[in-house]
Structure formats: C-alpha cells, structure tokens
Write a protein that binds this ligand. Structure first.
Ligand SMILES: NC(=O)c1ccc[n+]([C@@H]2O[C@H](COP(=O)([O-])OP(=O)(O)OC[C@H]3O[C@@H](n4cnc5c(N)ncnc54)[C@H](O)[C@@H]3O)[C@@H](O)[C@H]2O)c1
Length: 400
C-alpha cells in the first residue's frame, strides 16, 4: 500500500496547495489540522470533492501528543505547517503562540523520533527570525523603500544575516527551528527548514494579520477600504504558492543533502512589490481605485525584506517561475470565481468575532484559539477526537 504524506496545518493555505499536488499524483495525504483558521473548512471540502478517499483527515491540535503519535504512523514524509501564524496575535497571547509553535513542534519531533524508521520532515519557518531589520539603511525610490547597500538591493537577505528574534511569534518560530535543527544533529532525524516570506496564491484566506496580498484583493473585491500600516512603501518579495510547492518537492527529493539546514525561500529580487504598488496593480485589475486608509506602523514590521534564495537554488536548481503580475492576476481571478460559486462557510466570520475570547486583534478573521462553541461545531461535524475521518469528510462536504 502507498504510504501517506502527513501535512500538519494541511487545511491551511500552503498545506492545501501541497496536498493537492500529492493527491493529483494519487499519493494519499493525511491532513492534521484543528481548523482554527476561519475559512479553511472550505479548503478541506474542496480537497475532498476533488480527490475523494485519498484525503484522510485528523481534526486535532499539535498540542495533542497522542493524536500526533497516531498521525505519524505510516507516514512517508512529514510537512509541518500547523502554527499560530500572526505576529499580531502573538503579541496578545504569547503563551498560546509558544504552545502551538514551539511546544507543538517539539511534540511532533518526539512523535517522529519514536518511530523505527523516521520519515523526513520539512518545517515552515519564517523570515521574521531576522527581526525588524531596522539596522538596514534604506532610501526612498518612488513608491518603495530599497536598501542603500547595492549588494543587498541586488541579492536580498541570505541565511548568513544575523538572527534577531523580534515578537513572540519570531521567538516561538525560532525556538521550533532550533529544535528541528538539533534533532537532526542529536537524533539524526532527516529534516530541513524553509524560512518563508510572503507566500500568496489560490486557497488563501488572507486577513489583516497574515496574507496581505490576498487580504487586499478580498477587501478591494468587497469595495471595502484598504488599511495601510505605515506609509505603504514597505517592500516584500512575494512568492506564488505553486513555486513554493515545487520547492517543497525538491527539498523532499534532496533531503539527504539538505538535512540540518535552513533555507530562505521567497520571491527573490525579481518578484518584489511594495504595498502602494500592489494597490496600483489592484486598481488596474478592477478598473477603479480602492479607498485607502493610513494607520501607524505595526511593531516588528520589516520595511524591506527580500529573500536571497541562492543557497536553495545552488542545492536544487530551484527558482520562482510565476511573476508578480501573473500571480496576483491569477489570485484575483480565483477570488472572483470562488466568491461567485462559494457557499457560506460552516461557521461565519462574524460568528467567530462574537464568540472570540477577545484576544485576537485585527479584523476578526485572524487565527486564534479554537473557542468552545467552535470546538463543539467542529466536533459535531467531524466526531470526537477526529474519529472516523472518512465519515467526517463526507459530512463536511454535505454541510458546507
Ligand atoms: N503564508 C506565508 O506567507 C508564510 C510566511 C512565513 C511562514 N509561514 C508559515 O507557513 C505555515 C503555513 O502557513 P499558511 O499561510 O498556510 O497559514 P494558514 O493559517 O493558512 O495554515 C495554518 C493551518 O494550521 C492550522 N492550525 C493552527 N493552529 C493549529 C494547531 N494548534 N494544531 C493544528 N493545526 C493548527 C490552521 O487551522 C490552518 O489550517 C505556517 O507555519 C506559517 O507560520 C507562512
């Protein structure tokens, strides 16, 4: 029997895209997710409708050691994406952020270590481990910042850049990284780390706290104002998710050579865009301008971050293929179509805002705890402790 791929956080944006690639090649996938990100139920429904029984589902959190120990059984490889993903939410509840990101990763490592033949692990970390990068001298070039240093401008930030953990999210992700790296040394687990930055694409439920390209497009489609924190000249190198999926597959193929290493993965210097430039691109796509509201800078916000992906390119030959204009247009089209076709989610965002414990900032669509009301809804849909995965997925498909 073909072994399954385990993806923690597999109902999320990146997880769904990676799962889809494996499932399209008839490789079974176990999605381990507590569905705490509002909207990701739709991803699960879509995967189930598209790939049927090849999709297995375990509704559980990475804090649940027993569930993790079961999930790793029979896994050919593990991709670890489950996380508290927002810097903003981590500022409000650092302990929850730690429990999910640091402790949850350690739980997973322990579950893998207990196996006779541990499968390779690829872990999604973040460029936020480089801190707010305030030490970099910038200059203004029209609607964007750029580094004064020519080398940095041309290549971006390499893995050699000093780590500087800023925000509880930066710390918890870095702690997780350190455990992954150490388990490759101390226990010889095969594992590699991607320090990701600004991934965007289909199946992304972007919100104000994470996923800004999708968030801006969704707001513009809803005719709502776009809030820019700071002056909008901050620059990111954005990476279309299909390019990221290619990188994950290459990492898996080359895991022997890559194990014990971290790689910066992002759009690189050819795929940079500032917030103001994205607003302009959205104006072109929509044929009309969006209303813009400016607010103060957010803590730990990097004014300029571009991944230097040379190390991963040298190891695997990978480089991004989808340019910014093409990628943003594809996401825009998908949002248009999916909004037109989509049924209401199982639990509406407004319901979640009402029932939230009051510790999640932003527009209410951010990640947070699974509240008790939501837990009971999920339980009703999926059965207690994620039992009866297949039946659960059928239920989900019917209900949504
Ligand atoms: N998207 C980006 O630009 C980006 C950038 C840097 C790092 N990352 C990292 O990549 C990973 C995937 O990001 P994404 O954009 O797909 O986010 P996402 O929020 O769409 O996916 C994360 C998934 O994890 C699930 N989850 C959250 N807490 C959980 C828990 N305690 N137990 C089990 N499941 C849980 C959520 O329900 C969600 O489905 C994350 O680890 C994130 O930190 C992403």
């Amino acid at each position: 029997m073909t072994k399954r791929v385990l993806i923690t956080g597999g109902a999320g944006f990146i997880g769904t895209n990676l799962a889809h690639r494996f499932l399209s090649a008839k490789q079974p996938v176990l999605i381990f997710d507590n569905l705490s990100r509002p909207g990701v139920e739709r991803n699960l429904q879509w995967l189930r409708e598209t790939h049927g029984d090849l999709v297995q589902v375990e509704i559980a959190g990475v804090q649940d050691m027993r569930a993790l120990r079961q999930a790793v059984q029979g896994a050919s490889q593990v991709f670890h994406f489950a996380a508290q993903v927002a810097v903003t939410a981590s500022l409000i509840d650092p302990i929850y952020d730690f429990e999910v990101n640091a402790r949850g990763t350690l739980n997973l490592l322990e579950a893998i270590r207990a196996l006779d033949d541990p499968p390779p692990l690829i872990f999604a970390s973040t460029s936020k481990v480089y801190g707010d990068l305030k030490e970099v001298r910038l200059q203004v070039n029209d609607d964007r910042y750029e580094p004064q240093d020519e080398d940095l401008r041309t290549h971006g930030f390499s893995e050699e850049w000093p780590l500087n953990f800023h925000s509880p999210y930066g710390c918890s992700k870095r702690a997780a990284c350190q455990y992954v790296l150490d388990y490759t040394r101390t226990f010889r687990l095969p594992a590699a780390i991607f320090r990701l930055s600004c991934i965007y694409g289909l199946h992304q439920f972007g919100n104000e706290d994470q996923g800004w390209v999708a968030h801006f497009l969704i707001r513009a489609l809803e005719n709502l104002p776009l809030t820019i924190y700071g002056d909008g000249r901050q620059v990111r190198a954005v990476l279309f998710v299909e390019d990221l999926v290619d990188a994950f597959l290459l990492a898996r193929e080359n895991i022997k050579a890559l194990t014990g290493q971290a790689f910066n993965i992002g759009g690189g210097p050819t795929n940079t865009i500032s917030l103001l430039e994205l607003v302009e691109l959205i104006r072109e796509l929509q044929g009309r301008p969006s209303r813009i509201v400016f607010d103060g800078w957010r803590p730990a916000d990097q004014q300029y971050y571009v991944s230097d992906t040379t190390k991963f390119w040298a190891a695997t030959g990978w480089s991004p293929k989808v340019g910014v204009r093409e990628g943003v247009t594809r996401l825009y089209q998908w949002l248009l179509e999916s909004r037109h076709l989509s049924a209401p989610p199982i639990v509406s965002v407004s319901e979640l805002i009402d029932e939230r414990d009051g510790h999640v900032p932003g527009n209410g669509a951010a990640n947070g705890h699974v509240t008790s009301k939501r837990k009971s809804k999920i339980k009703k849909l999926f059965g207690a402790n994620g039992a009866s995965r297949r039946r659960a997925a059928h239920k989900l498909a019917k209900v949504v």
